[in-house]
Design a protein around this ligand. Structure first.
Ligand code: AHG
Ligand code: MN
Ligand code: MN
Length: 334
């Protein structure tokens, strides 16, 4: 047969298709407050460190569990702990953070040293998709940034803000590429981590795609309400068009795919207890904010996720999130 002749300029090696903007220059150009710029830059630095650790986890003894149980009652993975510490240390270094909240930590986290005069609050799920760590499937970091509502370092109300108070939110997915999604009002963009450790702008002003995909763990079928069974059966029947099922088991990866391609993710609350699987503050609100900026929507069943007043730091809610049309379709059916 014929020998494969590579193109003169190998598209794999150049920056073709990617803007030459580093994320920092680009982000700083539309965020006025230099303190907020620094908070975002600290998060992106932490995500680079986490990305490298995820990629090399098998070599650096970072797979498996620590032996501890976290506030969620779940076994802590070594990488959960590593990612959590990386974010806390990096955000502390920025000196711009007043208080933090993490899925892995029971109560308020103050930076060390403390910054009683700083204004910003950061909440995060340091590593989402823990069950996928050991099997090299996409996982991610989810975060949101708020302003403090008072200067009391002991006041948990600073963390219990509604999602509609978010100033900026985002996630980094450690997938076949490491991609950072950053969302501020009217601007949601994707950045790809290069081999020289810079985030390059790769998609500007993204909006939800329109592919017909549903992401639901159907093993929970017996706990679904009649309405949800009706909805999922309609999706399966083909009468609303041909849907396909995709469920990674890492919310961040399922959301990322549905954002780019289109689709809907659902993790209903247990109808008996009313309690969901996913955490309002660390997972649902940051992604709901992104959805809102990208022609998407998120609800818990009865109201918009962003309108729920959190009553506890680790509150779990039902989540339906995706392209606006998909969420509307469900509401018409149930
Ligand atoms: P975490 O790893 O941060 O605890 O979150 C896991 C979450 C979420 O990422 C995913 O969508 C969901 O749990 C998967 O739950 P099931 O295994 O019940 O489907
Ligand atoms: Mn999670
Ligand atoms: Mn987690």
């Amino acid at each position: 047969g014929e020998l494969y002749e590579p193109e003169e300029e190998n598209p794999m090696l150049g920056w073709r298709g990617a803007s030459r903007y580093y994320s920092k220059e680009y982000i700083d150009s539309f965020i006025e407050d230099s303190n907020l710029q620094e908070v975002i830059s600290s998060i992106s630095t932490a995500c680079k460190t986490i990305s490298n650790s995820v990629r090399l986890a098998g070599i650096n003894d970072l797979l498996g569990k620590t032996g501890d149980i976290n506030v969620q009652g779940e076994k802590v993975e070594k990488l959960d702990e590593f990612a959590n510490n990386t974010l806390i240390n990096q955000l502390s270094k920025s000196k711009k953070v007043f208080m933090m909240g993490s899925e892995e930590i029971e109560s308020i986290i103050l930076p060390q040293p403390e910054n009683p005069n700083a204004e910003y609050i950061v909440v995060f799920d340091p590593l989402d998709g823990s069950s996928n760590i050991d099997v090299s499937i996409s996982i991610g970091t989810i975060f949101a940034i708020y302003k403090k509502i008072n200067s009391n370092q002991q006041d948990v109300d600073n963390l219990l803000q509604k999602g509609n108070q978010i100033l900026a939110s985002g996630y980094t997915v450690y997938g076949s590429s490491t991609v950072l999604c950053l969302s501020i009002p009217n601007k949601t963009s994707l950045f790809t981590l290069s081999d020289n450790q810079e985030f390059f702008l790769t998609t500007e002003n993204i909006v939800h795609g329109d592919s017909k995909v549903y992401s639901i763990n159907e093993s929970n079928w017996n706990k679904f309400t009649k309405g949800n069974k009706l909805w999922v059966n309609k999706l399966r029947s083909g009468e609303l068009g041909k849907y396909t099922a995709r469920y990674v088991g890492s919310l961040v990866a399922d959301f990322h795919r549905n954002l780019i391609k289109g689709g809907v993710f659902a993790y209903p609350a247990d109808p008996k207890s009313g309690i969901g699987r996913l955490r309002l503050i660390y997972e649902c609100n940051p992604l709901a904010f992104i959805a809102k900026q990208t022609k998407g929507r998120a609800t818990d069943e009865s109201e918009d996720i962003l309108d729920i007043k959190p009553s506890a730091l680790h509150q779990r809610v039902g989540l339906y999130i995706g392209g606006k049309e998909e969420i509307d379709i469900r509401e018409k059916i149930i």
